[in-house]
Structure formats: C-alpha cells, structure tokens
Design a protein around this ligand. Sequence first.
Ligand code: TYD
Length: 153
Amino acid sequence: MEKTLVLLKPCTVQRGLVGEIISRFEKKGLKLIGMKMMQLTDEILCEHYSHLREKPFFGILKDSMKATPVLACCWEGIDAVRVVRTMTGSTNGRNADPGTIRGDYCMSNQQNIVHASDSLETAAVEIKRFFKEEELFEYTPSNLNFMYALDEM
Ligand code: TYD
C-alpha cells in the first residue's frame, strides 16, 4: 500500500470545507492514517515549496499558506499517490476538470484547496516533513475485504 500527503490549505479552513474534502477521500476508500492541525512557518514552506523559490508568486504563496493553520493528512491505499493526485485535479481551479476537488471547489491558481504529493518519492519526503513516526497509525479497516479484491491486496 502507498502513503501520500494531503494538506488542506488555509482557504479550505476559512471556507468551512474541511469536512467535505476529507469526506471525499474517505468515500473513495482511502484510509486515513494520520491527521493534525498545524501552523506553517517560513522554514517549512521554504522546504516544501523549494521548487518555486524563484517564482514571483513565492512570497504571496507563503503568506497564503500561513493565513490560518492547515490540516495535514496522510492517506493510505493501493496506488494512493496517483489516485489522490487525480482526485485533486489541475493546479489552477479554473482549468481543473469538474469532478476533481479543485474543479469542484475553487476558482484560483493559488487558493486551490489542497496540496497533494506528486510522486511516491515526494510523498515519502513530505510525510516525514509533516509527521513524526508516532503520529502515523496502523490499523486494519473492518471493511478491507470489500474495498479491494483478494488478488489486489
Ligand atoms: P505546483 O507544485 O506547481 O502545483 P500543485 O500544487 O498542483 O502540485 O505549485 C504549488 C502551489 O503553488 C500551487 O498549489 C499553488 C501555487 N502556485 C501559484 O500560486 N501560482 C502559480 O502560477 C503556480 C504554478 C502555483
């Protein structure tokens, strides 16, 4: 099973969409193995968005991510990284397909509801960035045999 990181951004907290977004991942069948509210800092954001450091929008991106606490979530499932990215949709909510989270809930390139890890390698690094080992949990969902076929697990 893969693990992936999702951040529910400050726009999601402010707009009262936290429950709705978590519910979409739950209904899909992903397993929540860690979740916490945290206030992000320049330090963690510079690391997390290091690939965007030279971009003109980097300053306002960091400010937008510090506007309120975020919810960090770790989801687990077969192919979880790709599944969650597909559910998330294109970066700009105005271009994101209807049916995706960004396509259904936002109109912005920056206030775009969630962050989701973009590869298995990135997910491993990002999960470590936001969670201590003891903040992630192992348990067996009682409906597991109805979520996947026996030959998929
Ligand atoms: P990026 O990693 O390119 O996209 P994604 O979140 O889809 O993986 O960008 C990270 C965040 O930076 C993005 O979610 C919102 C912000 N951003 C802007 O504010 N303006 C932009 O033009 C881009 C490309 C991203």
